[in-house]
Structures are given as structure tokens and as C-alpha cells.
Ligand binder design. Sequence first.
Ligand SMILES: Cc1cc2nc3c(=O)[nH]c(=O)nc-3n(C[C@H](O)[C@H](O)[C@H](O)COP(=O)(O)OP(=O)(O)OC[C@H]3O[C@@H](n4cnc5c(N)ncnc54)[C@H](O)[C@@H]3O)c2cc1C
Length: 461
Amino acid sequence: MQKTDLIIIGSGPGGYRAAEYAAGKGLQVVVFEGGALGGTCLNEGCIPTKTLAHNAEVLLTLAEANELGIENLQFGFSFSKVLARKQQVVETLANGVATLLSQPGITLVRERACFVSDKVVKAEVSGEEYEAANIIIATGSESKLPPHCNIDEGAVVDAASLLSIESLPQHLCIVGAGVIGMEFASIFNAFGCKVTVVEFLKECLPAVDDDIAKRLRKSVEKRGVEFFMQSAVKSVTNAANGMKCVTFERKGKEAVVEADVVLMAVGRKPRVAVVEGTTIERDERRGIVVDEHFETSVKGVYAIGDCNGIQMLAHAATMQGIHVVNRILGIADSIRFDIMPAAVFTHPEVACVGATEQQLKDSATAYKALKGYYRANGKALAMNASEGVVKLLVDDSSEGNILGCHIMGAHAADLVQEVAALMNCRATLADIHDIIHIHPTLGEVVGSLSPTLPGREGSTN
Ligand SMILES: Cc1cc2nc3c(=O)[nH]c(=O)nc-3n(C[C@H](O)[C@H](O)[C@H](O)COP(=O)(O)OP(=O)(O)OC[C@H]3O[C@@H](n4cnc5c(N)ncnc54)[C@H](O)[C@@H]3O)c2cc1C
């Protein structure tokens, strides 16, 4: 049995960043990784999807060439080159994670780990045991299947498999219009595939402000993606002709979509199996139970990132890990976990931070909604990206404390970051008006938000 200061299980953005930070602060760290270095984010999540999303943008930009007088532009593209570029990006970053985890103070064990007791972790194959006063579980999540749905073997793929598919499907049917479903719909539509989305709920992106979610769905629909909302998928079966049949019930009637590839994107569930046999409290659906400092029911054992089910985002996993290391070292920090910006990398992009309008209505909070439109912004018009809106929610005080911001449009994720930074500083609408924004930039849409200026909409609850 070897003793160390900190054991980390999982090398995703939660685990590897925590390891780097802890080792930098002088702790001896043992990291276990049973799969690929970098976790879901690097290998089958954020990075590969954003690499494909970039290539999708390139194709959409090429499609604008007729505006330059280049008529009947014909272009084909090699999907295998798209996949090769994605792989190259993943490998470059994976090498970076490998280098980072080889720094002094970190021992990397390339094996699955399991608990022997609350403070002892064993490498499953070699049987080597490590003991530490502090353990961070960062085992991530896995895709889940819809309940009450009969699925033939091999009839569906998950996001990881779709990212490595050898050739483009003619018709891609996506079950689920959450973040993953919408991103793939946008990407494969740009690649020229027919895309159909079947969703149980009334609107896509349930965690996003309704207004913005609806705008995005309409925009993606205009590009040719077909949506069946309020539709419960009953089965996905293999047809004799090699096609897959997605049968769903909509408004009391049964309907079938036939596609050559079906992506199941109905959400992800926390990976909690690692705590079996321990006293660490867990909920199969919601994840490993933690307090506000991500400490589990066993003192000194923490669960960060997707496995605690709080916010399944790479940057949430990273910052939770940093906070835990700070707690272990007795360092106070001021990370605001209630201000968690998030983005959906569709075309157009969507991003948000803070409360949605519905949440403010539900909590009877008095607020004002201010909207600024890309169509009135010089840079947006110059970029041919006039489709977009910034919605800022402020309280009804004279300064206007910022409660939330929701954006659909080009570079929404970059724009929302400014508002997230301001919310971290407890800035107000009045402060936004005092900030000078470069001209011409999309950021001027944020800077110009005002209930009083002409051409902008402001409404009060
Ligand atoms: C298609 C897709 C797109 C996404 N896009 C984005 C995005 O744009 N932005 C964003 O913020 N988030 C995105 N996400 C979510 C993001 O990937 C996750 O939130 C993030 O990876 C969670 O990090 P983590 O460290 O908690 O876990 P993970 O990244 O899942 O890493 C967990 C690691 O633990 C390892 N592990 C598990 N059990 C054991 C064990 N017993 N022993 C040893 N190792 C173990 C696994 O092999 C894995 O490497 C996306 C996800 C998907 C699926």
C-alpha cells in the first residue's frame, strides 16, 4: 500500500485540472484513468464536436459565395478529411494532457480504479493500492437511453460513435433536442445530410430561456432540419433494407421516421459505479451526493464534474476541482458556482448565464427584459450575421442588477462571457453603460442595451 496526499479518479477536465493545480501547490497526487486521457470532453465531447462545428461553419460560409458574384459554385468535400482533422486536434490536446500529467508530483496510473475502503483505492488490474486522506472522484457521465423504448441491437448510435462514423449518413434522425442533439443537427445539416429531430418536450434546449430556444429551433428549421416536438419515441428497429425505423407517438397518433443513422441524445447519467461497496451516498439518477463544497457523505472524499450531476459542463468540472483543492489546502476562494455560463455551439450559437425569464416569473422576481438585435449592429451586418438577439434580464432597481443574459447569434459564447464577468463583479446595467466597447464589434449590442434608447425593446414583469 502506498500513501499519497491526494487520489484523483478520472482524467477529464475535472480530474486533470485538479491534479495539475494540486501538484503545483506541492501535493503528491495519484491520478487513475481507465480510458483515454482527457475524458469525455477531449475524446468524445466538447473538442471533437467543436472541431466538426467549425468545419460546418466553413461550409456554410462557402455557401454564401454567390454574394460575391461567384455563381453556381460547386464544391464537394471529403468527410474523411474532416474526421482526420478532428482526430489531429484531439491527439494534439491529448498529448498536452499527457505532458501535464507527467509533471513532478503526479503519478498517473492508466487503469480503472475501485475503492477498497473509504480512503483506499485500488488499481483494478495490477491490484496496486493507494491510501490518501483526500480523494476526488471525477468519473464523468455516460449517455442514457429513453425509458419505455424498445431498441433493436445496433439500431442507435451515441455521440461518441457518431463522431467516428466512417461516412456521412443520407438521413440522420436524432432522438432528443437537448444541447447534444441540437449541435449534431446543426453540424450534419451543414454537411448536407437530411436531419430529423424527434423530441418529447414542447421546445428544444429545456435549460435555455424559452424565447431563445424557440428562435434557435426556428432558425435551424429554416435551414432544413425537420422537427417533431411533443413526440414520444416508442421504438427504434432495424428494417430489412438496412434502414432504422424510429416509431413515435405524437398527438395520439403513431408516426415513423426511416433513417440510415439514429443518434440517441436523450441526456447523460452520472457514472457512479466506482463508489459501489463504499458508504459514499449516491443516487443512480442524480449522481454522487455532495454538499456545497462537493464533499461526499465521507469526509475527505469529494465528487466533482458530471459524476455529481450538478452541472454537466467541462468548465463546471474544472472549477469544482479547483475549489476542492483549495478546500483541501485551506485556501479561501470566491468562485461563484451560481454564475455558470453555458453555450450551445449550433449555427447560430446560443449562450446564457444566470436566470431565465421563466425562472424569474416562477420566483415572482420583479425584472426588466432588455433586448438588442444583431440586425441593428454594424459588425453583425458586415459579417452577414444579422440573425441574433441579446436579452439581458435586470432587476427593477434604479441601477438594474443583472439577473441573467441569453444570446442567440454569432459568437454568443464570447459575448455572454462579458456579462458573466460583470455578474461576478456584481455589476449593474448602469456599469454596462459606462464600459467602452470597441467599434465595430458584436459586443456593442451588449453595450447598447437600455430600456430608454430608441430601437431597443424593454419589457417589465
Ligand atoms: C457530444 C458532447 C459535447 C459536449 N460539448 C460540451 C461543450 O461544448 N462544452 C462543455 O462545457 N461541455 C460539453 N460537454 C460535456 C463535457 O464533456 C463534460 O461535462 C465533461 O467532460 C465532464 O468532465 P468530467 O471531468 O466530470 O468527466 P469526463 O470528462 O467524463 O472524464 C471522466 C474520466 O473518468 C474516467 N473514469 C471513469 N471511471 C473510472 C474509474 N473507475 N477508474 C479510472 N478512471 C475512470 C473516464 O475514463 C473518463 O476519462 C459535451 C459532452 C458531450 C457528450
